[in-house]
Design a protein around this ligand. Structure first.
Ligand code: HEM
Length: 458
């Protein structure tokens, strides 16, 4: 298959363009250039080895990071070697600093955003992006610094583009607005309450001010805020695909934990295993990103086993070896009925054992992010944020979507989100007494804002 045809096939079919036959875990294909795509759950572990596989700077496979949106600094996620170690160490420290505040910040951001939504919150996906920004940014840059969520959204939209070296761009994107968003976000970072502390933190890892600022810009806005918002949209959408009884079961679990701990705390989150299992199943069935891209750092032979027996593959230095989280997480060798959405899958001892195959964060859930791997350092905060947001939405509020969400794995631009954009027709306060009891300081404002909807509520 030629490059142009491969690229067009990928654009049209997304992950289905490299659907595996399960007899071979290193599928040879062309998605705009020749590459192998690893689709087996166990085989995927081999590409996580950074001694064998390195990152292509500024690229996620077919997606290119616009250098002007990182101030020319290569983001941690696509950097290699010693510089990656410094970048990653900085980000791990930044996240550790934010960790304690995350549950409180989640409750505050979700509830204060809802108070501004009214009963017909159109453009709902942007609203969840604002929630994500409202959760993370105060914990990292300080509470007194107020970012404009629309500018953060513009930044995330502008930060990447389809790789331009395969086909000449058919349409030229107008970057005026996204560039404005980027300048505004950068200015806020540089004047933020904690900026000098963050720069000192960077220096302690051997990074100068420009490098630290570039890392903060991309890793916080794109990886943290954007990455979490995408998965929040998917998780929210999935709630509409389970039964009312199952929604009620999730609500009862969350309500009991919130009541016992007097709000959203780390202890309350730990008492929500059902919500955790639901979120993990969302991240298994519709993971982001689309592919993990790697380049072989040296010649290597990888041994692995498929349904048709033991195999080995010889990889040449410089070969592109990509991996598909979507197919690795649908491998029937490790997940029973992999195409079904089974929200209880990760409950109990069997569910616990399955965590070693849950690789959405570029590593097993049982592994830890470190400077010598490319695993997501934001995994735990991301899971807390999504669990906490979904617990609050499902426990106190009701809504009707314009359309039931669906996923086909073919829409390149939607990453893990449903193919159809999530649009809310109406939104209401379903359990006012519970909200008043657990979050009294948010009650009045939300009640007033959604009052007309409360009157209509069934
Ligand atoms: C559900 C939400 C999230 C998902 C699914 C996710 C997933 C990932 C994945 C798959 C990677 C590796 C990408 C690759 O190698 O191609 C990654 C890297 C990264 N993520 Fe996340 N992420 C999420 C949220 C976050 C959050 C909340 C933060 C920060 C607070 C964060 C910070 C990072 C950083 C800094 C890297 C680069 C790691 C490195 O340089 O080794 N992510 N993430």
């Amino acid at each position: 298959m030629g490059n142009a045809i491969g690229y067009l096939k990928w654009l049209g079919q997304g992950k289905q363009a490299f659907a595996p036959d399960r007899k071979e875990d290193f599928v040879e294909t062309n998605i705009g250039f020749p590459c192998r795509v690893v689709t087996g759950n166990k085989a995927v572990q081999s590409v996580f080895d950074i001694d064998l596989f390195k990152k292509e700077e500024f690229f996620f496979g077919l997606i290119e990071i616009r250098k002007e949106f990182t101030e020319g600094v290569c983001p941690s996620v696509t950097s290699n070697g010693k510089i990656h170690e410094k970048n990653k160490a900085l980000m791990m420290d930044v996240i550790a600093g934010a960790y304690e505040e995350i549950p409180t910040s989640t409750a505050d951001a979700v509830l204060s955003n809802i108070a501004t939504w009214g009963s017909t919150p159109t453009d709902f996906e942007s609203k969840l992006m604002a929630v994500s920004a409202g959760i993370f940014l105060p914990t990292i840059f300080g509470r007194s610094t107020r970012f404009n969520p629309e500018d953060v959204n513009l930044y995330v939209k502008g930060a990447t583009e389809l790789r331009s070296d395969i086909l000449a761009a058919v349409t030229r994107e107008d970057l005026t607005e996204t560039r404005r968003g980027m300048r505004s976000v950068l200015e806020k970072i540089k004047t933020s309450e904690r900026y000098s502390q963050l720069i000192d933190l960077g220096r302690s890892h051997g990074l100068d001010e420009a490098s630290t600022t570039g890392q903060l810009l991309f890793c916080v806005m794109f990886n943290a805020v954007g990455g979490t918002a995408t998965n929040l949209v998917a998780t929210f959408g999935r709630l509409d695909t389970i039964s009312a009884e199952d929604r009620q079961e999730l609500r009862e679990e969350a309500l009991a934990a919130l009541r016992k701990h007097g709000g959203l705390t780390r202890a309350a989150l730990e008492e929500m295993p059902k919500i955790e299992s639901f979120v993990l199943e969302v991240l298994r069935t519709c993971p982001s990103p689309g592919v993990w891209s790697h380049i072989a750092a040296r010649p290597t032979t990888v041994k692995y086993t498929t349904a048709s027996g033991p195999k080995e593959v010889n990889i040449k230095e410089g070969e592109r070896v990509y991996a598909s989280p979507y197919w690795a997480l649908r491998d029937p060798a490790v997940f029973d009925k992999p195409d079904d959405f089974v929200w209880r899958r990760f409950l109990g001892p069997e569910g616990e054992a399955l965590r070693e195959h849950h690789v959405t964060f570029h590593g097993r859930l049982t592994d830890s992010a470190a400077v010598n791997n490319h695993m997501c350092p934001g995994r735990d905060v991301a899971l807390s944020v999504i669990k906490g947001s979904i617990a609050i939405l499902n426990t106190f509020f009701g809504w009707e979507l314009q359309e039931r969400p669906f996923w086909t794995g073919t829409k390149v631009s939607r990453i893990g989100q449903p193919d159809n954009v999530v649009k809310v027709k109406s939104f209401w306060l379903q359990h006012p007494d519970d909200l008043k009891e657990i979050f009294p300081s948010h009650f009045e404002e939300i009640h007033d804002s959604l009052n007309s909807a409360v009157l209509q509520c069934p």
